[in-house]
Design a protein around this ligand. Structure first.
Ligand code: UDP
Length: 477
């Protein structure tokens, strides 16, 4: 039986890699003719150093014979001044510099015992420059979008806006009619890059290039983002859209027996708490707050009387003992019977635990997906990247989150005033109220999303459609 190969180019972030690799595994399970090469871009430190560990873990998967990871040689980084202008543009330029390496890897890196025919190049949202490579080698290209359909719609909207207005956004622009959102979108919730010329141009160009692909795969569930998905699917300018999510590691460490002792402590503590009683606060892999904001948060937690599990990180000094000096005097002692403060948290396990009642989240896509999957309602506290527009969507379009803030920005220079303890206390009381209909809504949505991946579910059908398309005679001939 001759093998057919897909080559993936994910962006070098663990969050992107996880869903990419899970998608690759799902494809392999669908058809045994398929084999997959994942090309790893590994920029020099300090860029995400968890990539190696992740690949090492994944490489030992039972599908090792049909999936392989090929680390590319390092490419020349763009000039350092680009980083100061826009991190998104810097990354896009950096990744574009890997084009020759990707081409070389595709041409020269043969499988040891077979010579598969390459039937597609699957690229990440930051990797649209790789479409050039696909074109040069005459291979069809596909976009694998690791975030939501709403945000993808926003990237397409950038050129609509540009045709009308011809400039990046201001936070004072009037509300925007973006087709992938059911409600008008306030400009204050647009991603940071939308208001910098470089970031805006860079993502606008990605959006334009995505239309050159012959299929768009999204890490979402059709029923979850129905408005956005219907909108993209009915856009005649776009190639076919496949909703194949959720593709995150959603079941946590349960039964894997490799959790750290601090994680075990946390889970033991959760075991002792009543069902749905604990508020979990966690802000992604790099989210942090300055001390005055942490103090407001501590006051809110104390006043609300709620049980809590609070993951805090500090940019300069991550030692937890130091938080004792930052938090209000006596806070840790007074709340020790009903709250835990920790550093890195076993988030998926916590969200899966029956004691967890709500999640104060920065609304990164992975955190959002994990919360929905486990039916835990969200309080929004976006910090950076596309989190503000995700939070807006969760509150307004999907009605599964309580709005605490939609426009707080983590970078000190442009964040609004601190969120006050009173605002936070109000949101906590609202989300923890067991009569809040949001609680049932998100539980039901979690079930819908889990069913989507089962046989006959929307994501399973969509994946099947994609596999049929790539295997059909046209792309394979
Ligand atoms: N995460 C975790 N513990 C933490 C912080 C984050 O396990 O203390 C995980 C979380 O479960 C999610 C990922 O890190 O899978 C964060 O991804 P997301 O897209 O939400 O945010 P980002 O870190 O990209 O801003």
């Amino acid at each position: 039986m001759s093998k057919l190969e897909l080559v993936f180019v994910p962006a070098p972030f663990v969050g992107h890699l996880v869903s990419t690799c899970n998608f690759a595994e799902n494809l392999l399970n669908r058809d045994e003719r398929l084999c997959i090469t994942i090309l790893i871009i590994r920029p020099p430190p300090p860029w995400d150093n968890r990539i190696d560990a992740y690949i090492k873990r994944s490489s030992s998967s039972p599908d090792g014979r049909r999936i392989r990871y090929v680390t590319l040689p390092q490419a020349e980084p763009p000039p350092a001044e680009e980083l100061a202008k826009s991190i998104e543009k810097y990354f896009s330029l950096l990744i574009a510099n890997y084009r020759p390496h990707v081409k070389e890897a595709i041409i020269t890196n043969k499988w040891p015992d077979s010579n598969p025919k390459i039937i597609g190049l699957v690229i990440d949202m930051f990797c649209s420059a790789m479409i050039d490579v696909a074109n040069e080698l005459n291979i069809p290209s596909y976009l694998f979008f690791t975030s939501g359909a709403g945000f993808l719609g926003f990237l397409f909207y950038l050129s609509v806006w540009h045709d009308q207005v011809g400039r990046e956004f201001n936070r004072s622009d009037a509300d925007l009619k973006i087709a992938s959102y059911a409600h008008p979108v306030p400009s204050k919730v647009l991603p940071d890059f939308a208001s910098s010329k470089e970031g805006y141009d860079s993502f606008r160009e990605h959006g334009v290039r995505f239309k050159e692909t012959i299929g768009i795969l999204i890490n979402t569930v059709a029923e979850f983002e129905s408005h956005a998905v219907n909108n993209l699917a009915s856009d005649p300018e776009l190639p076919p859209v496949y909703t194949v999510g959720f593709l995150n590691d959603l079941e946590g460490q349960k039964g894997k027996g490799n959790s750290k002792s601090e994680d075990e402590e946390i889970m033991k503590w959760l075991d002792q708490q009543p069902p749905s009683s604990v508020l979990f606060l966690c802000f992604g892999s790099v989210g942090f707050f300055e001390p005055p904001q942490l103090i407001e948060m501590a006051i809110a937690l104390e006043r609300s009387g709620v049980r809590f599990l609070w993951s805090i990180r500090h940019p300069v000094d991550a030692e937890l003992s130091k938080f004792e000096e930052i938090l209000p005097e006596g806070f840790l002692e007074r709340t020790k019977n009903r709250g835990i403060v920790c550093g890195w948290a076993p988030q998926v396990d916590i969200l899966a635990h029956k004691a967890t009642g709500a999640f104060v989240s920065h609304c990164g896509w992975n955190s959002t997906v994990e919360s929905v999957w486990h039916g835990v309602p969200i309080v929004t506290w976006p910090l950076y990247a596309e989190q503000h527009i995700n939070a807006f969507q969760l509150v307004n379009d999907l009605e599964i989150a309580v709005e605490l803030t939609l426009d707080y920005r983590m970078r000190e220079s442009d964040h609004r005033e601190n969120v006050k303890a009173e605002e936070m206390e109000k949101a906590i009381r609202c989300i923890m109220d067991c009569g809040n209909p949001m609680r049932k809504r998100i539980k039901d949505m979690g079930e819908i999303c889990r069913n989507a991946l089962m046989e006959g579910g929307s994501s399973s059908i969509s994946l099947g459609r994609f596999v049929e398309t790539i295997l059909d005679s046209k792309s394979c001939s």
